[in-house]
Design a protein around this ligand. Structure first.
Ligand SMILES: [Fe+2]
Length: 268
């Protein structure tokens, strides 16, 4: 009798164990499925993140293109500055590459050069196109354009270095530039390069306040500024890139006076 009870109990335990085992197996299978679903969801969210990042990048590029269009439209309104940024962009790239800058960094410098004067959108047209000298008040407004330009491009995350170049493109080696009065190598290299390209293009272009200089004369003026206001290495690159490539045009204006570099420094 006692044996039958014991056997019956043992069978009941065995059934319970089997039941518990099957339940555990079922839970395990559910866990595996849940884990698979989680993994799929993770992969999907990863893909979403990648897609979002691509879309964000495309959006930022689109904004950049829009700003380029804005800069071009701003220049196109004035016959004297038409094409200036495109030329400064191309020359800056050539100078940067001649100085051994990596192609990627040269591209950033060229893009910053394309947008270097975007901040002039905040300068009244009457000041931008004024044929005579600017008053101190007008100069103060004009001198804000590098900061304004840097603020406009600041939201472009991929363009951090470009924004710095835009801000400092009117700094001078001796600290007499603006907006921060940086000296020497404290001025970012890209800004020193853009400054040389900017001054060269300004000197060799017609302006409402002066005639253009022939290439040789512009080079003479700029080389006098070597290590005073303009970077020596960037000037060497300018000579290497343009030195013998262009035949000097006939002089279209009388000899320079002491203020001519100041004229080139006028925000362009
Ligand atoms: Fe400028």
């Amino acid at each position: 009798m006692a044996g039958e009870v014991a056997l019956s109990q043992a069978l009941a335990y065995a059934r319970d164990l089997k039941c518990a085992y099957e339940t555990a197996r079922a839970r395990e299978a559910e866990l595996v499925q849940a884990n698979d679903r989680l993994r799929e969801a993770y992969q999907q969210s990863l893909q979403y993140a990648i897609d979002l990042k691509k879309t964000y990048g495309r959006l930022q590029r689109a904004i950049f293109q829009g700003l380029l269009g804005l800069a071009n439209a701003l220049e196109a309104k004035d016959q004297y500055t038409r094409g200036h940024s495109t030329r400064v962009g191309e020359l800056s790239r050539r100078l940067a590459l001649a100085m051994g800058v990596t192609p990627l960094a040269a591209e950033t410098i060229a893009q910053a050069a394309l947008l270097h004067d975007l901040g002039k959108i905040g300068v009244p047209e009457g000041i931008l196109t004024k044929p005579g000298p600017l008053t101190p008040e007008e100069w103060e407004i004009m001198r804000r354009h590098p900061v304004t330009g840097a603020q406009i491009v600041a939201p472009l995350e991929f363009f951090d270095e470009g924004a710095i170049i835009v801000r400092h493109h009117h700094e001078r080696l001796d600290g007499s530039g603006y907006p921060d009065g940086l000296r020497g190598t404290r001025i970012p290299l890209g800004a020193r390069i853009v400054a040389v390209a900017d001054v060269y293009d300004a000197l060799t272009s017609e302006r409402p306040y002066r005639a253009s200089l022939p290439h040789a004369e512009a080079m003479r003026v700029m080389l006098q500024e070597r290590e005073r206001t303009l970077d020596g290495r960037a000037l060497d690159a300018l000579v290497a890139v343009l030195g013998s490539a262009r035949r000097p045009r006939a002089a279209s204006r009388p000899a320079l006076n002491g203020d001519d570099h100041a004229v080139a420094d006028r925000p362009l």
